[in-house]
Write a protein that binds this ligand. Sequence first.
Ligand SMILES: NC(=O)c1ccc[n+]([C@@H]2O[C@H](COP(=O)([O-])OP(=O)(O)OC[C@H]3O[C@@H](n4cnc5c(N)ncnc54)[C@H](OP(=O)(O)O)[C@@H]3O)[C@@H](O)[C@H]2O)c1
Length: 214
Amino acid sequence: MSETAAPHKVPVTVIGLGNLGRALAETFLTQGHPTTVWNRSSGKADGLVARGASRAATPTDAVAAGEIVIVAVLDYDTVRELLLPTAGVLKGRTVVNLTTGTPSAARALGAWAADQQAAYLDGAVYAVPQTIGTSAAFVLYSGDEAAYRAYRTVLDAIGEGSLVGPAPELSSVYDTALLSGMYGMFAGFFQAVALAGTAGIGAAELTPPRWSGG
Ligand SMILES: NC(=O)c1ccc[n+]([C@@H]2O[C@H](COP(=O)([O-])OP(=O)(O)OC[C@H]3O[C@@H](n4cnc5c(N)ncnc54)[C@H](OP(=O)(O)O)[C@@H]3O)[C@@H](O)[C@H]2O)c1
């Protein structure tokens, strides 16, 4: 149990302690949730354990410890590899998968979770690890509405959340569309800078503060 844990706090498990997962686990510890962590490279849990997290020996032990099971790993192949062996302990839990992936992978994982009688939420995180747990982070969720309503206050610790619909794949659809827009804007900006550069105008000179500065 974390150093600030309160008895009524929902036990949370975080599987995957990369850049995102570590920030998530730190946030849940800060909020006082009993937090269990598992990572392939066990050493990445050391700092969290020092703060009060429990280190699970296996993904199955990790799932068994959490009412909410947050997953943030490389890709959906990894999510499946880790979660499939946990099927026996998933019943009644809520899986919140924040791993980036395709809509079809999210749909399939949601169906599999339903077969295990687990609630499933898929999430797209709009943050960098440094902004997790601040008002600069937001997360789009899709999937089990009842689970989202039940755990909304817990999940809102990550950043402002929004449920975009009941189909598990919807957050991934939004994510793909929004990232397409973002990368398109980046490409447009780089083109604008290149164009201005041909006249000796630097990127900073193209920005509004320069204009308003007179
Ligand atoms: N970083 C962000 O701000 C951010 C924002 C939005 C979405 N996301 C998404 O969140 C997910 C995680 O991102 P990240 O930045 O935390 O990535 P990361 O720092 O590269 O961490 C990857 C994680 O996946 C684990 N992993 C990789 N292959 C594995 C395998 N075969 N078996 C078990 N575990 C494996 C790694 O374990 P080891 O430590 O053992 O290598 C590590 O915990 C990605 O899908 C990413 O797109 C990240």
